[in-house]
Design a protein around this ligand. Sequence first.
Ligand code: PHE
Length: 338
Amino acid sequence: IKEEALSKIHDCSSLKELNDLRVFYLGKKGPMQSAMKSMKDMSKEERASFGQVSNKVKQEITQAIEEKKKILEEAEMMAKIQNEKIDISLPGSHLPLGTIHPLTMIREELEDLFIGMGYSVAEGPEVETDHFNFELMNLPKDHPARDMQDTFYIDENTLLRTHTSPVQAHVMLAANGKGPIKVICPGKTYRRDDDDATHSHQFSQCEGLVIDKNITMADLKGTLELFAKKMFGEKREIRLRPSYFPFTEPSVEVDISCYNCNGKGCSMCKQTGWIEILGAGMVNPKVLEMCGFDSQVYQGFAFGIGLERVAMLKYGIDNIRDFYSGDLRFLNQFVRKD
Ligand code: PHE
């Protein structure tokens, strides 16, 4: 019995099989038990030595089972570790990443550029008062230039801001007449335009405002030239044309030399070699005074950049509605390179 049991235990290859062997050899219905039964027919001496032998056999079988159990458990653990091993050289599964919206890209690029020149970034409310959007920008109620900005009114005194210029007024008033100020104010703006390929009732601007002593038109020009070169390439030149805005005096319309034909003339610049890019000017002394600055001491310049316009030129987008449609075929093209 012992030989047979030990060899079976030795050959057994699973914990379940081992348990079956234990139940069989050491259990009540096993060969050991039936051998014990024959003890009752034995003499006293025979019984004693048989008992000893059978106890020893039991012990040996039990020990063999314990030892085998350890081996099998260890093997099982090793197999489990093998199975659960992570192959760190396997290629990762591809998690699709979202892309940055082209308008956000332009906005962040502008922020980086101007922060690099010592500006800070300010924001203001999109729901504005007539006072901030118009009055403080030198556009009193009956001013004909209000027609330039078709307005969404919420009530008589409240509106959706038509430009980011009212943020200028917030920043200036908060400064309590003390310069210098150097801010850009990016954000959403609204006008009652009929939407088409180049107009949208909601669009985005980035205002720029600098106020200090001895600020001249040359500072404005130098700043805008740097902006043009950083945004559209080192070869760009800028051109200032006289224009009119109630909040700046003098006012200019700013063109950049066409990056498509390098100023020679093509369909993109309508054969002129120049592309109109933004409006700017020297802060009107009336605006300075209304916003708490002494215009005898302080001067300033301001500019307003249309983010959609910059993005459309830079990325060759021909329909402004693409920015707002949420079409992934459009959006997925804008993967940031840095
Ligand atoms: N606020 C003007 C507009 O929306 C742009 C502008 C800003 C012009 C600052 C000059 C100075 O048309």
